[in-house]
Design a protein around this ligand. Structure first.
Ligand SMILES: Nc1ncnc2c1ncn2[C@@H]1O[C@H](COP(=O)(O)OP(=O)(O)OP(=O)(O)O)[C@@H](O)[C@H]1O
Ligand SMILES: [Mg+2]
Length: 254
């Protein structure tokens, strides 16, 4: 896996040499295609296996009592989720921009997240404060939504029993600041550097791609994703997104 430093060296090499630039770009595209193809090819039969297992379970409910059945269902679901995240991670740097209202997007996310907590009868208190002057934003709406959902899901996972999550968004001079703050378990100092690495997880069923993918998406928007955390007290993930210059090519879609 390429580290940040390798990517800087690659970029420098590409700026110096046109042939190297063409070859490296081609290699990176091939590499992405290969990952996409493999995950796609594995996902198809896996979906069939998953449907067959569900059919077996609905026609023979007694299988649920069979030793290992629940674990098998969970494992299949985990593989499906892993392949989905791998495929998103592979495409994380590709931004499909449109112009949309950031205030509306964040409000929609806040409503869906609050509903999902309610449905799970969770003891987590969720609140949000979204400034009304965020304005129109040019970026990849679906991907930014994915980032917010990743951060909110992580915040929820970090809270055992009762606690609170706060989503806020404010407009700075030439950027937007979006924060997800939780009163969960916090992150030990020795993990703070590594949690953004792909496949780094400290959860029994995590894939460790959520933060790596989120950082990749925010970087592709020219922004930054950072964290402040205190073990036992909670964490705050902060996104800074530069406000791109609006052009007439983009019309608000919400
Ligand atoms: N809000 C948080 N509070 C405490 N720890 C966190 C928080 N967010 C992330 N972490 C830590 O960072 C690790 C990496 O997070 P990341 O979202 O990348 O993967 P994950 O949640 O483990 O798996 P998934 O790929 O399913 O999201 C987590 O396993 C967890 O230990
Ligand atoms: Mg996660």
């Amino acid at each position: 896996m390429l580290q940040n430093i390798d990517i800087h060296e690659l970029n420098a090499l590409m700026e110096r040499d046109e042939t190297a630039k063409r070859l490296i770009t081609q290699m990176l595209t091939d590499h992405q295609m290969l990952i996409s193809t493999i995950s796609h090819e594995i996902r198809n039969p896996l979906t069939l296996v998953s449907s067959s297992l569900q059919l077996i379970e609905s026609e023979h409910p007694e299988v649920k009592d069979f030793y290992g059945w629940t674990q098998t269902m969970e494992d299949v679901d985990f593989m499906r989720q892993l392949l989905e995240e791998l495929s998103s991670f592979n495409n994380g740097s590709t931004v499909r921009p449109s112009c949309f209202s950031m205030e509306q997007l964040l409000k929609n996310i806040a409503i869906s997240f609050a509903i999902s907590l309610n449905e799970q009868e969770s003891a987590i208190e969720f609140s949000s404060k979204i400034a009304p002057d965020l304005g129109d934003f040019v970026g990849d709406k679906l991907k930014l939504e994915e980032v917010l959902l990743n951060l909110l899901r992580n915040a929820k996972d970090a809270i055992e029993g009762a606690g609170s999550i706060f989503l806020s968004a404010t407009r700075l001079e030439d950027s937007l600041q979006i924060e997800v703050k939780d009163t969960g378990c916090g992150i030990p100092d020795e993990h703070l550097q590594s949690i953004f690495e792909p496949f780094r997880t400290y959860k029994p069923n995590g894939t460790g791609l959520g933060l790596a993918l989120s950082q990749q998406i925010i970087t592709a928007h020219g922004g930054s994703l950072s964290v402040e955390s205190q073990e036992g007290k909670g964490s705050t993930f902060s996104i800074i997104l530069p406000i791109a210059l609006l052009t007439t090519d983009y019309r608000p879609s919400v």
